[in-house]
Design a protein around this ligand. Structure first.
Ligand SMILES: *[C@@H]1O[C@H](CO)[C@@H](O)[C@H](O)[C@H]1NC(C)=O
Ligand SMILES: *[C@@H]1O[C@H](CO)[C@@H](O)[C@H](O)[C@H]1NC(C)=O
Ligand SMILES: *[C@@H]1O[C@H](CO)[C@@H](O)[C@H](O)[C@H]1NC(C)=O
Ligand SMILES: *[C@@H]1O[C@H](CO)[C@@H](O)[C@H](O)[C@H]1NC(C)=O
Ligand SMILES: *[C@@H]1O[C@H](CO)[C@@H](O)[C@H](O)[C@H]1NC(C)=O
Ligand SMILES: *[C@@H]1O[C@H](CO)[C@@H](O)[C@H](O)[C@H]1NC(C)=O
Ligand SMILES: *[C@@H]1O[C@H](CO)[C@@H](O)[C@H](O)[C@H]1NC(C)=O
Ligand SMILES: *[C@@H]1O[C@H](CO)[C@@H](O)[C@H](O)[C@H]1NC(C)=O
Ligand SMILES: *[C@@H]1O[C@H](CO)[C@@H](O)[C@H](O)[C@H]1NC(C)=O
Ligand SMILES: *[C@@H]1O[C@H](CO)[C@@H](O)[C@H](O)[C@H]1NC(C)=O
Length: 595
C-alpha cells in the first residue's frame, strides 16, 4: 500500500505542466466511500436547514410583497404562509436539457423569477428564485445551473453576457462554436491540441474520453477564466474549478443560491428495457445519477447509494482521489450525448467524433473502454449486487441525463427526503413535429418511469399519457399546474397517502401570442448565437414566463403572479387544513389539469 502511494506521488511530482487534474492521496481516517439509503446527506440537510432559517423568511416576504404589488387581492392564507417562519413552502426548480436553446430559455425563466430584476418584480413573479431551495439542471440546463453557481449567482444578464467590468466570468461567449472555434485549420488544430493537453494529468491515472475534451471546451463558455478576448489564448480556462469547492463561494456559503444539482444517465450494457419513444437511448428502467455539491449518487431503490463528490475517482477507502470533480467535466457528463451520434458514418467524419479518436491516439485507452461517454471509476462496485446492474463494473459509464427521455431533471425533486412541495418545471425540450416547441414528452417519460421505481420516491402528479393529449389541452402553450387534487393522484397510482409535489409547468411551448416571429425554437445542435439573438430569446422567454394564460380577449393574465403564488403555497395550505379560496380558486380552475 505504501509502496503504491510512493509511486503515485512520484509520478504526480513529474515535470511542471500547465494542465491541472486529479491528485491521489491517502484517505482521511473517517472516510466513507459509500453512503447507503434514499435519504439526503447530512451536509445537504444542513444547507437546507440554514437556508430555511437565514434566507427564506426574508426571501418569501420580498416575494409576497412583489405579488401584492400587482394589486390582486390574495386570500389571507397565502399571506400568512409566506410570512410565517415554520410553514414556508419548499420550492424546487428544474431546468431541462436542449443544448444552448435550453440554457437560454432556462436563464430567461430564472430571470423572470429573480428579485433583482425590476421588470420581474413588476410582474409579481420576481423573488421566487431567491425563495427556491433546490435548482436542478440537466444537459443544457446543467450549463445554466453550473455557470450560475460557479460565477457566484450573478443576475442573468451578467451571467449570459458577462458583467462588462472584466470580472472573472466573461459570459457564455456563444459567438464561438463549442468544438469548431475557427475556420482557419491552424487555429482549430491549436485549439484541439490545447483541449488534449488540458487532460494530460488526468490521463496519467484515469480513463479519458470525448467527455473530458467536451468538459474542457464547455469550460470556455460556462466557467470562469475566459473572455471573448482571451478565448483562443492558451490560458487555464477555468481548469481546477471543482463542483465540491463551490460551497466556498459567498452565495453558497450564505445559502442564497438554491441547492444546485445536475443529473446524468447510466449507459449500462446489462440493462434491457423499454426505450421511451422519440430517439432515446437509455431504457427507462435504468437507475439514474445526480451530482450535487456534496454527493454523487442514485436515489432509485435498486441502488440507493452515494459517494462524496469531492472524492469522485475513488474506489476504496485507502487511496483517495481529489480534483476529479471538475465542474465542467460533470456538466459535460450531464450533456454528453456523443454516444447517440456515434451511429453514422457522416458523424464519425465530423470533428466531434474525431475528438474521441484523437484522445485515444494521444492517450491510448483500454479496448474495453468506450470513448464516446463520460467514464468514472465505479465507487459502487460490489454495492447492491442483486439489483444494481453495474455492480460488477469497474467503470461507471455515464451520459447525457436526457437520454432516457426524461429531459427535465424532475427525479431529484421527487426524492422523498427533500420534501419538495412544488416543482417549477422549466421545459425547453424540442418536439420536432411542433416546430421545435416543447410538447410535454419529458413529463410523460417521468410518469412512465415512476411506475418502475416507486419505493422511496414521492408521488409524481398525473400528466397526460400522449403528446397529442398535451397539445389538445394546450398544456404547453401556457403554464399548467399538475397534481392539484392529491386524491386523484392517489387513485391513479394506488400509492400510500404520501402527498407528492404540485408541479408548475412552464414550457417553451408556442410562438409569441402577438404574432412576432419566434426566436426560442432553435435547434438543439445550434451552438453559435449572437448577443442580439440571445437577448431576443431572453425577452421572448420573459414574456412566456410572466404572461400566464390567455384570459378572454387579453393575451396576458393580470392574475398570473397571484396564481403562481397560490400554487407555491398550496401544499402548505393543505397541511394547515385550510380550503382554497378567493383568487386561488379562480387560479386553480384556470391552470390545473385534472385529466
Ligand atoms: C468566478 O468569477 C466571479 C466574478 O465574475 C466570482 O465572483 C466568483 O467567485 C468566481 N468563481 C470561482 C469558482 O472562482
Ligand atoms: C499551452 O501552454 C503550456 C504551458 O503553459 C504549454 O506546455 C503548451 O504546449 C501550450 N499549448 C499550446 C497548444 O500551445
Ligand atoms: C438485450 O436484448 C438483446 C436483443 O434482444 C440481446 O441481444 C442482448 O443480449 C440483451 N442484453 C442483455 C444484457 O440482456
Ligand atoms: C485502492 O484503489 C487504488 C486506486 O484505484 C488501487 O490501486 C489500490 O490497489 C486499492 N487498494 C485496495 C486496498 O483495494
Ligand atoms: C475524421 O477522421 C476521419 C478518419 O480518420 C478523416 O477522414 C476525417 O477527415 C476527419 N475529419 C476531420 C474533420 O478531421
Ligand atoms: C483505443 O486505442 C487502443 C490502442 O491504443 C485500442 O486497442 C482500442 O481499441 C482503441 N479504442 C477504441 C474504442 O477505438
Ligand atoms: C463508437 O461506438 C463503438 C461501440 O459503442 C465504439 O467501439 C467506438 O469506439 C465508438 N467510436 C468512437 C469514435 O468513439
Ligand atoms: C387551445 O388553444 C386554441 C388556440 O388558442 C384554442 O382555439 C382552443 O380552444 C384551446 N383549447 C383548449 C382545450 O383550451
Ligand atoms: C420555429 O417556428 C416557426 C413557426 O412558428 C417555424 O417556421 C420555424 O421553422 C421554427 N424553427 C425551427 C428552427 O424549428
Ligand atoms: C430584466 O429582464 C429583462 C427581460 O429579459 C431584461 O431586458 C433586463 O435587462 C433585465 N434587467 C436587469 C437589471 O437584469
Amino acid at each position: 500500500m505504501l509502496g503504491f502511494l510512493t509511486v503515485v506521488l512520484l509520478l504526480l511530482a513529474g515535470p511542471a505542466s500547465a494542465a491541472v487534474g486529479p491528485s491521489i492521496q491517502r484517505c482521511p481516517a473517517d472516510f466513507e466511500l459509500v453512503r447507503r439509503g434514499q435519504g439526503i446527506s447530512v451536509s445537504e440537510a444542513r444547507y437546507i436547514e440554514q437556508k430555511r432559517e437565514k434566507v427564506l423568511p426574508s426571501a418569501f416576504k420580498t416575494y409576497l410583497h412583489n405579488v401584492q404589488r400587482t394589486g390582486v387581492t390574495l386570500p389571507d392564507y397565502v399571506e400568512k404562509i409566506l410570512q410565517s417562519t415554520n410553514q414556508l413552502p419548499t420550492v424546487g426548480i428544474s431546468t431541462s436539457g436542449g443544448g444552448f436553446r435550453a440554457a437560454i430559455f432556462g436563464a430567461g425563466v430564472l430571470n423572470a423569477l429573480d428579485a433583482r430584476n425590476s421588470s420581474s418584480v413588476e410582474k409579481g413573479t420576481g423573488g421566487l428564485l431567491q425563495a427556491a431551495t433546490h435548482l436542478a439542471g440537466l444537459s443544457g440546463g446543467s450549463w445554466l445551473v453550473t455557470s450560475l453557481a460557479q460565477a457566484n449567482f450573478p443576475t442573468i444578464q451578467h451571467l449570459v453576457f458577462g458583467d462588462g467590468r472584466g470580472g472573472d466570468f466573461g459570459g457564455w461567449i456563444p459567438e464561438f462554436d463549442i468544438w469548431t472555434v475557427s475556420t482557419d485549420p491552424a487555429v482549430q488544430a491549436t485549439y484541439v491540441d490545447e483541449l488534449l493537453q488540458e487532460i494530460a494529468v488526468k490521463a496519467k491515472h484515469f480513463p479519458v474520453s470525448v467527455g473530458d475534451g467536451w468538459g474542457r471546451a464547455l469550460a470556455r463558455h460556462f466557467s470562469n477564466g475566459t473572455s471573448a478576448a482571451n478565448f483562443l489564448a492558451n490560458t487555464s480556462h477555468g481548469a481546477g474549478i471543482l463542483f465540491s469547492d463551490l460551497i466556498n463561494l459567498p452565495t453558497l456559503a450564505s445559502h442564497e443560491l438554491p441547492f444546485p444539482i445536475i443529473t446524468a444517465d447510466l449507459l449500462s450494457k446489462h440493462i434491457n428495457g423499454t426505450i421511451f419513444p422519440g430517439g432515446n437511448f437509455v431504457p427507462l428502467n435504468t437507475p439514474m445519477f445526480e451530482f450535487n455539491i456534496f454527493e454523487m449518487g442514485c436515489f432509485d431503490d435498486v441502488l440507493a447509494a452515494h459517494t462524496p463528490t469531492k472524492h469522485l475517482g475513488t474506489t476504496n477507502s485507502s487511496v483517495c482521489v481529489t480534483g476529479f470533480d471538475e465542474a465542467m467535466f460533470l456538466s459535460g457528463t450531464s450533456s454528453n450525448l456523443w454516444n447517440e451520434l456515434n451511429i453514422t458514418a457522416e458523424i464519425l467524419a465530423e470533428n466531434t467524433a474525431n475528438f474521441s479518436i484523437l484522445v485515444n491516439e494521444t492517450y491510448p485507452q483500454s479496448p474495453a473502454l468506450r470513448l464516446d461517454t463520460s467514464n468514472f471509476p465505479n465507487p459502487f462496485h460490489g454495492v447492491a449486487p442483486q439489483t444494481f446492474a453495474d455492480a460488477g463494473e469497474t467503470i461507471l459509464v455515464l451520459c447525457d441525463g436526457g437520454e432516457d427521455g426524461q429531459v427535465s431533471p424532475l427525479q431529484p425533486m421527487l426524492v422523498k427526503d427533500r420534501k419538495i412541495d412544488v416543482i417549477l418545471a422549466i421545459d425547453a425540450v424540442r418536439t420536432d413535429d411542433a416546430d421545435g416547441f416543447a410538447g410535454g414528452a419529458s413529463l410523460i417519460a417521468t410518469q412512465d418511469r415512476m411506475q418502475l421505481f416507486q419505493s422511496g420516491l414521492a408521488t409524481f402528479p398525473s400528466v397526460p399519457t400522449t403528446l397529442a393529449a398535451f397539445a389538445a389541452a394546450n398544456l404547453s402553450s401556457r403554464p399548467t399546474f399538475f397534481g392539484c387534487t392529491p386524491d386523484f393522484v392517489h387513485a391513479r397510482w394506488g400509492t400510500p397517502p404520501a402527498q407528492g409535489p404540485l408541479l408548475v409547468y412552464i414550457a417553451n411551448g408556442a410562438p409569441p401570442r402577438d404574432g412576432a416571429p419566434p426566436l426560442t425554437n432553435t435547434s438543439t445542435f445550434q451552438s453559435v448565437y449572437s448577443a442580439p439573438e440571445m437577448q431576443g430569446m431572453l425577452m421572448q422567454t420573459f414574456v412566456t414566463a410572466t404572461q400566464g394564460a390567455v384570459v378572454g380577449d387579453a393575451l396576458e393574465d393580470p392574475e398570473w403572479g397571484a396564481c403562481l403564488a397560490c400554487a407555491v403555497v398550496d401544499r402548505a395550505r393543505a397541511r394547515e387544513g385550510v380550503s382554497r379560496s378567493g383568487v386561488c380558486t379562480t387560479c386553480f380552475a384556470r391552470y390545473c389539469w385534472e385529466g
